[in-house]
Every structure is written in structure tokens, then in C-alpha cells.
Design a protein. Structure first.
Length: 621
């Protein structure tokens, strides 16, 4: 292979989906490419090209335009332009509905073309090629997230852990001659939820709490009935040499919660779903228990130092960003509750009922290790002016304690230590009434307060305010328009020259801000959907799911947006875990160089989904 072909081979080999081709097929494809030089401000296809072709940008940049030169996207080195081969490849079932597009060069370009017929034949031989071009960006992203879910299962620690680490022994048995009542008494006395049924010391079945409920009580059988009438006879078992993941899959497939463990055919123990899931959930539950027992702020500070390690562990296990966010948020809640308990031990009980509120990511259950604080206090309207001294002491104790534990003070001063955010319910109601009835851009910067959750105290205080709020926001077109305009200021860094829009200077030069330009726009959209439809959920994924199929967002678009959110979250937690493992502070600034070419393509797909829904929202006001 000569030098020029070798360079083209290396270039095409790095571009999805051609990176999946075997060397022989890739070699044949290279020979079918035609090279074109296109001057700045000219249009594709190049002069003389009449057949449908796929164009691959080798150097330069292109703009895709619709209608009156409206910019849809920009393509740069390594991007594929399918505009002129869609019909030949049957890429859309609604071609007649697509607006006509033009592709213009923004600078002198070098492009390769591949005849659509050849590409079609290639797809016939290699399904990965046809699948790639048959799917749009949302469908490709959905496939990626399905694969991520599979990888999470495969990477589970249970895969590498023998079931012998989990089972309980000895197995408690009962002779087949006993009655249901005798079995229930034995289970109650010994604190077991199941018994192995024996006949001459041979295991012939199993009886569980569920069997007694469903097959005895629900059917009205006398408690004197023999246990063989309700026991499960075709009992599943697992060998002691098998791994714990096999046990979990067996129980999941058969919808059972108890699985006898055998050794050389003899039952030696019992494993339960709870035993296995507690291992995978070695996070919020264990942490919360330890935090609750802490006697001092010093102990809490020591425990908080483990949070980054937990985030690393969960990321390594392949846990989703949603799972990690809920785990970390639950732990932050435990820290907050313990600090409130300590404050009440120091200052006495509150003079009137109140609720400590989390705002922002913690309220949405999307917090990562040692995020900054966003909190507030809502107080019963019966409070007197002098009561605020107690709540001020509480606020400083808790916020200072959280800061000592690594949860830094909010840069915007959205904390209970700020008197503005430590008010009676009627004042909070007035805040929301003003924000909704007379929306102003500056005031709506407080949109974090539309994401609130009660951490401790009287939840009814917030629930009543939220109920009135949602009655106001539902179908309030003026408020939703202002909120949308405010929210759409954050745009995904997509469609500009040279791939992504990167930070131009400073500490994070040449990086993408995953949080503010990827995740935050989705959070904003979900908030808009929820408020416009009167949905009380605060978690982003839950908001999108509940809004799906309403006037706010279609079910398919909702699915696509959740895929984009989960993919961006996955990149974020992996990036942060890598930083933490190197002893660095976790941040949200990702260099595209950290990603494979395929991951960069998926990232573009995620940004396209966001942009599409932002544009749709923008068109409504």
C-alpha cells in the first residue's frame, strides 16, 4: 500500500462505523473512494457529481443549511455527510417531510466520496454499517445506553464473588409430616422467612412466608393442613462453587427470593436476594447507619472523607449516574439530619415546626461527592420575630458542619444562613407567587428553588406551598415562556468548527463543560415540563417520564432525552472517578481527547437530542 493510501486507510479506520470493518473490507472500501477539493463558499455535491454519495470530511469545515440559510449543523474533520444519499440508503421513512438542505463549505475542503450503492452493498455484508446509517442520532444513543446497561450487569462485583460468601448456614428444615401452623410457629420463633422441607433427611421442597400467604391464607386452607400441600416442590438450587451473579440471575428469572445452596448435591445453606443486593448496595445504607451513630463533628468529618472512594467504587462497578446520584444524595441527607440532631441537642427543640429543605441537585437526588450546598428553611407561620434567633443558630451550625465535611458553601449564598431563604411558609408562598405572576429574568435565576425537597422536619410545610405553586404554573404560558427563555441560555457545544466548542483559555482550556452545557440544559427542560404540567416530581428522569406523552413532550422525545441525560451522566461520573483516583479534585471539564472516536460520536448524538428539544421549546414562545 503506497503512502497516500496508507494515510487514507488510517484516517477511515478511525471513523465510526468503518472502524468495525475487518482489514480486507476496509481495504476494498478505500479503493472505492474519490477525492475532491472544494473551494470555500462552494456547495456539495462537487461539480460533476450526480450519483448519490456519502461524503467524508478529511480537512476543512462544512455548514448544513435549511430554508433561508438557517444553520442546522456544522461538519468538520472526520464527520460524515449523508445529505445526498439518504434516499438511496432509505435513512428516513418521511423523506417528503424533510426540509431541503444545502451543504456549503466554510473554508477550502478536502472530502472523500463513496457511492451510495457501494455503501449499501457493504451494509448487506456487515450489519454494523447498515445499522449505523439506518439509525438517527437518538437511536444510536439508545443503542449505546442499552449496551451500557448490559456492561453494568457484566461488571457487577457479583460476577467475581462466589456464592459461598453470602449463604447462611446451617439450613433450618422441617419434616414433611408437619402442618402449616407448625411451620409458621417454627419460622416465627427462629426468625426465618423460609424452611427447607425434609423427608427422611432428603430435601423435597421449600416453604416460605409467601407460600403461607398465597397458598394457605389467601385460599382459606386450614392451618392444620400438611405443609406438602403448599410447599414449592420443584425447588431450584445453586452449587456452592457457582458465583453470586448466577444466583441473582436464577432468582430474578424464576421470581424467587430464596435459593438453597448445595455441595455435592446436599443442601448446606440458603442465599436470599437481600443478601446479594446488600453487597451491591454497599453505599448509602451502610454510610447512613454509620453517620447516624456519629457522636461528634470530628467523626462526621472522618466519615465524609470516604465519599470520594465510594463514588470511585460505584463508577468502577458500572453503576449508572442516576444510581450514584441517589446514593450520594442519600448520604448527604444523612449528614444533614445528624447535624440537625446535634444542633437540637445543643440549642434545644425548635420553638415552632419547620422543615429543612435541600435545593438543586441534592433535592433532585443527583448530587455527587462533596458538591456545594443549596439549602433553606421553611418555618410554620406561627413563628414570632424573636424565634428566628433559634433558626439562625441552627442554620449556621448545620451549614458550617456541612462545610467542614467537604460540602462547600454555596457561591450564590443559597443557604439557610441567608435570612432571605429562612422564612415562614407565607413568605415562601409570596416568593413563588411573585416569580410566577410577574416573571422577571433576574428573579428566575432562582429557578433552583423550583427543585426543593424536605430533608428533615414537617414535610407538609413544603407540600402545601408546592401544591399552590403547581396550580399557578400549570398552563401558565407567560411564566413558562420566561422560564424557557432563561433556561435556553445554556446550549450544547455542538455544531461549530472542529467538532465541539471548547473552552478557549484559562485553567480548563480545550475542554467541554459537561455540567453546564450538557446536563444542566436537560435539567432545565425537565423542570419546564414538570411546572407546565403540574408535576410534583423533582428528580430529572422522573420528571421527564411523568411528562412523556403530555403537551410538553412526546414519549419518543422523552425517551431520547433520558438516554442523552444518562449518557452525559455516565461520562461525567467516569471522568470524575478518574480525577479522584489521581488525587485531583473532581470537576466537570472533559477533554474530548479522553474519549474514543465512537464516544465522541455518541456525545454529538446526545447534544443533537438536546438541541432539537431546545429548538422545539424555543419555537413555542
Amino acid at each position: 500500500m503506497d503512502t497516500e493510501l496508507s494515510e487514507i486507510y488510517s484516517f477511515i479506520q478511525s471513523i465510526p462505523p468503518f472502524d468495525s470493518l475487518p482489514k480486507t473490507a476496509l481495504g476494498r472500501l478505500i479503493k472505492e473512494l474519490t477525492i475532491h477539493y472544494v473551494r470555500k463558499d462552494e456547495y456539495l455535491p462537487p461539480k460533476g457529481m450526480t450519483e448519490p454519495c456519502l461524503y467524508i470530511v478529511r480537512k476543512g469545515a462544512l455548514s448544513c443549511l435549511v430554508n433561508d440559510n438557517e444553520l442546522v449543523s456544522r461538519l468538520s474533520e472526520g464527520d460524515l455527510c449523508t445529505e445526498f444519499c439518504k434516499q438511496a440508503l432509505q435513512l428516513s421513512t418521511n423523506l417528503e417531510k424533510l426540509p431541503s438542505r444545502q451543504v456549503k463549505t466554510d473554508e477550502d475542503c478536502l472530502v472523500y466520496s463513496l457511492d451510495a450503492k457501494i455503501l449499501h452493498d457493504l451494509g448487506e455484508s456487515y450489519p454494523s454499517i447498515s445499522d449505523y446509517f439506518s439509525n438517527n442520532s437518538a437511536e444510536r444513543l439508545k443503542q449505546r445506553m442499552s449496551k451500557a446497561n448490559e456492561e453494568a450487569i457484566i461488571s457487577s462485583s457479583l460476577m467475581n464473588t462466589p456464592v459461598s460468601n453470602f449463604y447462611h448456614s446451617p439450613v433450618i428444615g422441617i419434616n414433611i409430616t408437619h402442618t402449616i401452623q407448625e411451620a409458621a410457629i417454627q419460622m416465627t420463633e427462629q426468625g426465618f422467612s423460609c424452611l427447607v422441607v425434609l423427608n427422611n433427611k432428603q430435601c423435597v421442597g421449600i416453604i416460605t412466608d409467601k407460600d403461607i400467604r398465597r397458598r394457605c391464607v389467601a385460599e382459606g386452607l386450614p392451618i392444620t393442613t400438611n405443609i406438602c400441600e403448599i410447599m414449592t416442590k420443584e425447588m431450584s438450587t445453586i452449587d456452592i462453587k457457582d458465583n453470586a451473579y448466577d444466583a441473582l440471575m436464577t432468582m430474578t428469572a424464576k421470581r424467587i427470593h430464596h435459593l438453597p445452596v448445595t455441595k455435592q448435591g446436599e443442601v448446606v445453606g440458603m442465599v436470599t436476594v437481600t443478601d446479594l443486593m446488600n453487597n451491591e448496595g454497599h453505599n448509602a445504607v451502610n454510610f447512613s447507619s454509620i453517620i447516624h451513630k456519629a457522636k461528634s463533628l470530628v467523626e462526621l468529618k472522618e466519615i465524609s472523607g470516604l465519599l470520594p472512594k465510594l463514588q470511585i467504587r460505584l463508577a468502577k462497578l458500572g453503576a449508572s449516574a442516576d444510581h450514584i446520584g441517589k446514593s450520594i444524595s442519600a448520604i448527604t441527607m444523612a449528614f444533614t439530619k445528624r447535624l440537625i440532631e446535634m444542633a437540637e441537642e445543643k440549642y434545644g427543640q425548635s420553638p415552632v415546626p419547620y422543615a429543612w429543605l435541600a435545593a438543586g441537585s441534592q433535592a433532585r437526588q443527583e448530587q455527587l461527592a462533596h458538591s456545594d450546598q443549596d439549602n433553606a428553611i421553611i418555618i410554620c407561620d406561627s413563628m414570632k420575630p424573636y424565634d428566628d434567633a433559634w433558626f439562625e443558630s441552627l442554620a449556621h451550625f448545620v451549614c458550617d458542619g456541612l462545610a467542614d465535611c467537604g460540602f462547600i458553601y454555596c457561591p450564590g449564598n443559597i443557604m439557610a444562613t441567608n435570612p432571605k431563604w429562612r422564612q415562614p411558609a407565607k413568605v415562601w408562598q409570596q416568593y413563588f407567587d411573585d416569580w410566577v405572576d410577574t416573571p422577571k429574568p433576574k428573579a428566575l435565576l432562582n429557578s433552583v428553588f423550583f427543585d426543593l425537597d424536605t430533608i428533615c422536619g414537617d414535610a407538609n410545610l413544603l407540600d402545601k406551598v408546592r401544591e399552590k405553586l403547581l396550580r399557578k404554573t400549570q398552563n401558565n404560558s407567560l411564566f413558562i415562556a420566561h422560564l424557557s427563555k432563561n433556561a435556553l441560555g445554556l446550549r450544547p457545544p455542538l455544531g461549530f468548527f472542529r467538532d465541539f466548542v471548547l473552552k478557549q483559555n484559562g485553567k480548563h482550556k480545550a475542554t467541554l463543560d459537561l455540567k453546564h452545557n450538557g446536563i444542566a440544559p436537560i435539567v432545565d427542560l425537565a423542570r419546564i415540563y414538570a411546572l407546565s404540567q403540574g408535576i410534583s416530581a423533582v428528580n430529572t428522569i422522573e420528571r421527564i417520564k411523568q411528562a412523556a406523552g403530555t403537551a410538553a413532550i412526546t414519549k419518543s422525545s422523552a425517551d431520547n432525552l433520558i438516554d442523552a441525560y444518562e449518557f452525559l451522566g455516565m461520562l461525567r461520573v467516569k471522568h470524575q472517578a478518574n480525577k479522584l483516583m489521581k488525587g485531583l479534585d473532581a470537576d466537570n471539564y472533559l477533554s474530548p481527547k479522553e474519549l474514543s472516536k465512537l464516544e465522541r460520536e455518541h456525545l454529538k448524538d446526545a447534544f443533537k437530542v438536546i438541541k432539537t428539544l431546545q429548538d422545539s421549546r424555543q419555537a413555542t414562545y
